[in-house]
Every structure is written in C-alpha cells, then in structure tokens.
Design a binder for this molecule. Structure first.
Ligand SMILES: [Zn+2]
Length: 416
C-alpha cells in the first residue's frame, strides 16, 4: 500500500490523501479546500486521475468530517464516484449547500460510515471511528490493504462534548498500526502543558455574559459547529434567554437528526429571517422549507421588544437588519470562532461595523483540535510504528512530541 498526501503535509486545511493498493486500486481520503482560499473554484482541485469519473481504479472518496478544509472541493468531482462519509454529515452538507454561494453540491451516493463497523472496498478494508471534533459526525479511520495498516486520525480533540468517543478509541485502539497519519494542528503552536477550555467551560463563560447583557447578544459562530450551538443553547436556557436563529441554522440543526439538538419548534428557539435570506427564499421558492420552521417566527418588532432576553446566533447577513432595527444599542458581540479568522482582511467590514456602532467584542472560543499533550497521549495509545505529519503548519515540530516521525512532501508517493 502506498500513500500520497496531495495537500496537507505543511498546512492546516485542504487535506487530501490518496491511498493506492499494490494492485493499483485507489481511495481518496478528504478533498478539502485550503483555508486561506475564499472560493471553492475548481482550479484548486488536486490533479488526481479519476476525479472526472473516467478511471475505475478510483474506488471512492472518503470524507472524514463536514468541514470545508476536508470536503470543500467535493462539488467538482464526477457524480459516479462513490462518496463515503457519516450519514448525518452527508445530510448536513446536502441541506446546507443551497444556502451557500458557489458550487457545494454533494454527490449523494456512497456508503455511510458506521462507527466501529468494518467494510471492504476492493482490496481495502476500512474501519471508521466516530471521534470528538468541533465538526459534527467526524471520523478517524483505519485503512488496511496488502497486509499493512494505515490509521488516519482526521481532526480530533479530547475536550469537546464528545470527548468520550476519543477516549474510547484510545482505550481500545486497533493494534499493529504501521503508519499513523496524525493531525498536528496545534503542534508547535502551544506549549507542552497547554490546555484548552472544555465546551462546558465555554457554556459557563457564555452564561455569565448572557446574564449581564443589557441588550441583544450576538454570538458569531458556525451553525455547523454543533457542539458550540449546544453550548450557546444551554447557556440561553440557564439564563432564561431565547436563542434566535435564521433558516439556514434551523435547517442545519434539523439535518443532524439528533433529538437532543434543539429544533426550531422548541419554545426556547425563535426564527428570524433576515431580509437578505427572505429574498433568497423568495428567489428559490423555498416556501415549504420555511413553513416547516415557522412555528416560533419573530419579526423585527418582536426582536426589539425582547432584545435583552435574546441571543442571536449571528451571521453577517443580519447586519443590515440589526442596524435598521435599532438593535445595536447595548448590544454585545461574542466572537466564537478561531481568532485567526478575525484578523483576516475579509473581516475588516465586520470590525468597522462594530466600531461604528460601538458594540463591544468579546472572544469566547475553544479549539476543535487536541492540545500537544493530548496528541501525545493519542499517539502513545495507538502505538504506531511511524507517525506521518498532516494538517499542520509545523510538521518540523513533531519530533519534539513523538518518536519515529517520518515527514513527507505534498505530492510524494511513499510506502506504508
Ligand atoms: Zn481540518
């Protein structure tokens, strides 16, 4: 079995790994968009034979989890290539796609991962493991072929709401792993003793901020970071606030199919359709979709009267409505994503908007990735022969944490 990391040996994002069996059959694991790229233009698709659907040796594309840096280029592959991922992840991507600008279609065919259930694909034997990450329905996977065993960690952590999943894998890991392709997002980024807040701690911090808020609270996070949405929701419940979401968020929450994740009809949730989305609904005639989520709909007038009792799951498309509705007096903006995005030029309009309206910004976030000590514990538990860095800006720092590190370059083919 040979492997080629087409993208990801020296960067976080754009992950794409090709696995080739001795008989020439191939799998692609992840087909992500590089983080610094705003559009998912086809020109970023790695040059891999068969993505046009004309080569039988390519058996499938496996997607570890529904984050852009792992699936973002999926819309450009031929529809006859099986795409294997978690059932909930697939449903989230399919439901979210129409709301997004650009080409985000998700080929619907292909097996669904079931955690711990092994399946065969040509010469490959694959076992997915549901794991704790900020993206919903995220998997690590063991890929076996030609008597060799490759373990792809995918992105993971040990301090989220599903930390138990990672702990369970570490307590009874697959044996005799030849190569561990290990996510090193935090490698060299923080000290060896660093820890990140847990999602429960995030929930507590949010609760105290909500408690003190005199006006509308805006929480800016990704609707697809379900763990975080739950933290916001639970903090709302604790402080007697209503969580206000738009149709996109309502649709994503529903797509999880999980009864513990708040649907739009729960009394603690309100639906507010910003003007920009109202136009989108009209243009696309999504009236039936809207109807499904209408139960707790509020309008700008309602929001004005319940501003201090409400938390809005903020997206930039709300900006005009909030401004025109006079909802920014005493408002608080909570930034709940990776701080690196905040500094980007693309966010300057948001920074200026907050300044203009003198809305204070507070950051409340925890990483979706394992800390260096957690990475170390993970590697010790899985006990691979060799560790190959992936999904890291600092692969050169792996040797400080692990033995038997083997670095590769993007585009190199190497044996497992
Ligand atoms: Zn990633």
């Amino acid at each position: 079995m040979r492997v080629c990391i087409h993208r990801g040996t020296k960067e976080i994002g754009g992950s794409c790994v090709e696995v080739v069996s001795d008989c020439g059959k191939r799998l692609i694991v992840d087909l992500g968009l590089p983080l610094e790229i705003g559009s998912n233009d086809k020109k970023y698709l790695p040059e891999i034979t068969g993505l046009d659907g004309n080569d039988d040796s390519l058996l499938a594309v496996l997607i570890s989890h529904p984050n852009l840096d792992h699936f973002g280029l999926l819309g450009h592959i031929a529809g006859n290539i099986p795409v294997i991922m978690g059932a909930e992840a697939r449903r989230i991507l399919i439901k979210a796609a129409p709301f997004l600008r650009g080409e985000w279609k998700v080929p619907a065919m292909g097996l669904n991962f079931k955690s711990g259930q092994t399946f065969d694909l040509g010469p490959f034997r694959i076992t997915p493991y549901l794991i704790d990450h900020s993206a919903y329905d995220a998997y690590s996977m063991l890929i076996e072929a030609d008597g060799k065993r490759l373990f792809y960690s995918g992105d993971f952590r040990l301090h989220g709401r599903k930390a138990k999943l990672t702990q369970t894998l570490m307590a009874a890991p697959p044996e005799k792993i030849d190569v561990l392709l290990l996510d090193g997002s935090t490698s060299g980024r923080s000290g060896i003793d660093d820890s990140f807040p847990t999602e429960t701690e995030i929930e507590d911090t949010l609760s105290s901020l909500f408690e003190d808020a005199a006006g509308l609270t805006l929480v800016h996070t990704s609707a697809r970071n379900i763990d975080r949405v739950i933290s916001v929701f639970r903090a709302c419940k604790k402080t007697g606030k209503t969580l206000v979401v738009d149709l996109y968020t309502a649709v994503v929450l529903e797509a999880t199919g999980n009864n513990n994740i708040p649907p739009s009809e729960w009394p603690e949730i309100a639906l507010y359709i910003p003007e920009q989305q109202r136009i989108q609904i009209k243009q696309n005639q999504w009236f039936n979709l809207l109807k499904k989520h209408l139960k707790n709909r509020v309008f700008i007038g309602n929001l004005q009267s319940i501003a201090d009792k409400s938390v809005l799951l903020f997206r930039p498309l709300y900006m005009k409505d909030l401004e025109n509705g006079g909802l920014l007096d005493d408002a608080l903006y909570i930034y709940s994503q990776w701080e690196g995005y905040w500094e980007q030029e693309s966010n300057s309009y948001l920074r200026e908007w907050l300044n203009k309206h003198t809305v204070p910004k507070v950051s409340v976030h925890t990483s979706g990735y394992a800390t260096p000590p957690e990475l170390k514990r993970f590697a010790v538990a899985l006990a691979p022969e060799r560790i190959v860095p992936i999904h890291s800006f600092r692969p050169g720092k792996y040797h400080e944490l692990f033995d038997s590190v083997e670095k590769h370059n993007d585009g190199d083919y190497w044996g497992v």
